[in-house]
Design a protein around this ligand. Sequence first.
Ligand code: HEC
Ligand code: HEC
Length: 148
Amino acid sequence: MRARMRWFLVVMVVACGGGGTAQTARAPRETADEWSKTSWERRHDVMTFTVLPNMGRLFQGFRGTTAPDLTCRSCHGKDAEAVGYKMPHGLPPLDPRRLPDESSSDPRIAKMAKFMREEVTPQMADLIGVGVADVSCFTCHPREERPE
Ligand code: HEC
Ligand code: HEC
C-alpha cells in the first residue's frame, strides 16, 4: 500500500511536469485532429523527446526495475523501422470482445490490464496531446482476428 502511494506521487510529479523532468511538449494543447495532421517527422520527435522518456518512467515504476528499459520497439515491434513505425504493430493482439481486465485468472495479466487501463492509456493520450477518448487499447495493440 505504501509503495503504491509512493508510486502515485511519482506519477503526479511526472504528470505535472515537475521541474527537471524530460520535455513535455504539450502546450498549446493539440486536439486529436491536430495530431492526425501532424507530420511523421514531428511525431517522431514527440515520441523521442516526450513519449519514450515519460512512458519509460511509468513502466519502470510498474516493473520495479532500477533503470527505464522501455524502448521504441516495446510498443512498435522488432521491425519498427521497416514498417515506418506504423501502429498498431508488434504487441500481443487483444480480443475486443474479451478484453483482459482485473478479473483475469492469470494474476500477471490482471495486474498488467489494470496498469494499462488506469495509467498507460490515459498517459499516452496526455503525451500526444489528444483527448482520452481518442486513445484505446487498440491504439497500441492489434485486434485479435478470430473467426466466430
Ligand atoms: C508507449 C508506447 C510507445 C513508445 C515507447 C513509442 N511509441 Fe511511437 N507511437 C506509439 C503510438 C500508439 C503511435 C500511434 C499514435 C496514433 O494513433 O497516431 C505512435 C506513432 C509513432 C510514429 C508515427 C507513425 C505514423 O504512422 O505516423 C512515429 C514516427 C513513432 N511513433 C516513432 C517512435 C520512436 C522513434 C520511438 C522511440 C524513440 C517511439 N515511437 C516510442 C506508441 C509508442
Ligand atoms: C501506449 C500503448 C499501450 C496502450 C494504449 C495499451 N497497451 Fe497494453 N501493452 C503495451 C506494452 C508496451 C506492453 C508490453 C509490456 C511488457 O512487455 O512488459 C503491453 C502489454 C499488455 C498486456 C500483457 C500481454 C502479455 O501477454 O504479456 C496486456 C494484457 C495488455 N497490454 C492489455 C492492455 C489493455 C486491456 C489495454 C487497454 C485498456 C492496453 N493494454 C493499452 C502498450 C499499450
